[in-house]
Design a protein around this ligand. Sequence first.
Ligand code: SAM
Length: 159
Amino acid sequence: MKLTIITVGKLKEKYWREAVKEYEKRLQKYASVTLIEVADEKEPNNASARDLEIIKEKEANRILSKIKDNQYVVTLEIDGKMYTSEDLSEEYQKWKNTGKSNIVFVIGGSNGIGEDVKKRSNHEISFSKMTYPHQMMKVILLEQLFRVNKILNNEAYHK
Ligand SMILES: C[S@@+](CC[C@H](N)C(=O)[O-])C[C@H]1O[C@@H](n2cnc3c(N)ncnc32)[C@H](O)[C@@H]1O
């Protein structure tokens, strides 16, 4: 499987970068992993709802410029479909079986995912109804993709 994760903004804190590096390394055993960071848009003080929409649109255009026509797009959205890790591993296997072997996961910036990316999305996944910081979401997603592969390979890890 070719897995790409697109996120908005750089990981500034060392602890996030180290966690990402660790799970990226673990996941590389099972899939080819590409991590792409697009620039985030500066948010003015007292930004209006319209300002935030414009920010999301600009970030969405940057995200879309990194997505290829042949990629299956999975967006991480709070209102998306929730899975257990076992169910997600079945879904992942389904993607594999149906030729969706080039998958791009998209995590939005601090204001969420713009409409144009949502329109391009083939599948929306939620990791609960709670809001997580995008940096943490990247680590959680990598860990779950690693877990999914462990489950599919019947390897000890998941409990
Ligand atoms: C800080 S959140 C953005 C919150 C924004 N108010 C929204 O409603 O999307 C940044 C990104 O992390 C991801 N994210 C955060 N919590 C999530 C969850 N529970 N499930 C799936 N994705 C989540 C989404 O991609 C989101 O765009």
